[in-house]
Design a protein around this ligand. Structure first.
Ligand code: IGP
Length: 260
């Protein structure tokens, strides 16, 4: 599956190489400031809320889909970061969603796509992304290193997504600050948040740790918080709710109850 998606990106990369004015993006970057994430001072888990219209496995998730409205309601209800899926073929995302969301909210915005070439990093910068997802499974060490460095040079923060011990080991050898553990196996799409619980202890506290996928309830957040996780990335559970903002508030509400 992952391979099919990445192969689909090759054409897009070719087109981008022909059309994107890299020098112009670089020139504009000099004046722009990097937004960086940090751990909550009280140790509270923070939430990255995803704008996700569809998934390859389940198809359409959200009928009345308005990315801007959704982002604003995530922001108003306590999200720390907005994640925007821009991949079109399998997730029905659109590149336009990112600049739209970026201008509509104050929160940092993460671009979720399948990044296989540095030209997409320039494109992400031009779109206005603050953070960029890089998927370890798509690369070897050298190509990841080049992408991570390009990302940082352009003032964006890479979120390196891993699955399994080997990929975490590789992540720890790269100059990244944020490591994600995807609970979804991108090869067969099975999901289990225990995968984060098992792997979080392998990541030192000098990194920001993100658990991604299959997170639905306050009880999941509680578990991950006590395992030392800093951020959770939630998509489906929010976008399939009648009121995504209200759902976000509800799953974070345990933090108030505990008076953190
Ligand atoms: O909808 P969920 O199960 O809450 O998962 C969100 C997010 O983790 C998932 O969309 C995701 C994780 N890694 C990705 C890479 C590309 C596209 C999407 C993803």
């Amino acid at each position: 599956m992952l391979k099919t998606i990445a192969e689909g990106k090759l054409k897009e990369v070719k087109r981008l190489r022909e059309s994107l004015d890299i020098a112009q993006v670089e020139a504009r970057c000099e004046t722009s400031r990097q937004i960086s994430l940090s751990r909550d001072s009280g140790g509270k888990l923070q939430l990255i809320a995803e704008i996700k219209k569809a998934s390859p496995l389940k198809g359409l998730l959200c009928r009345e889909f308005s990315p801007l409205e959704m982002a604003r309601s995530y922001e108003a209800n306590g999200a720390a970061v907005i994640s925007v899926i821009t991949e079109q073929e399998f997730f029905d995302g659109r590149k336009e969603y990112l600049p739209l969301v970026k201008t509509g909210v104050k929160l940092p915005v993460l671009r979720k796509d399948f990044i296989i070439d540095e030209v997409q990093i320039y494109e992400s910068r031009q779109m206005g992304a603050d953070l960029l997802l890089l998927i370890a499974a798509l690369h070897d060490y050298d190509s990841l290193l080049a992408l991570v460095e390009k990302c940082s040079a352009l003032g964006m923060e890479p979120l390196l997504e891993t699955h399994g011990r080997e990929e975490i080991k590789m992540a720890l050898d790269l100059p990244v600050k944020i490591i994600g553990i995807n609970n979804r196996n991108l090869r067969d799409f099975s999901v289990d948040i225990r995968s984060s619980l098992d792997l979080l202890p392998l990541i030192p506290d000098s990194y920001l740790k993100v658990s991604e996928s299959g997170i639905k309830e306050a009880s999941d957040l509680r578990l991950l918080e006590s395992a030392g996780c800093d951020f959770v990335l939630v998509g489906e559970a929010l976008v399939t709710a009648a009121d995504p903002g209200a759902k976000l508030r509800e799953i974070l509400s345990y933090q108030q109850e505990e008076g953190l």
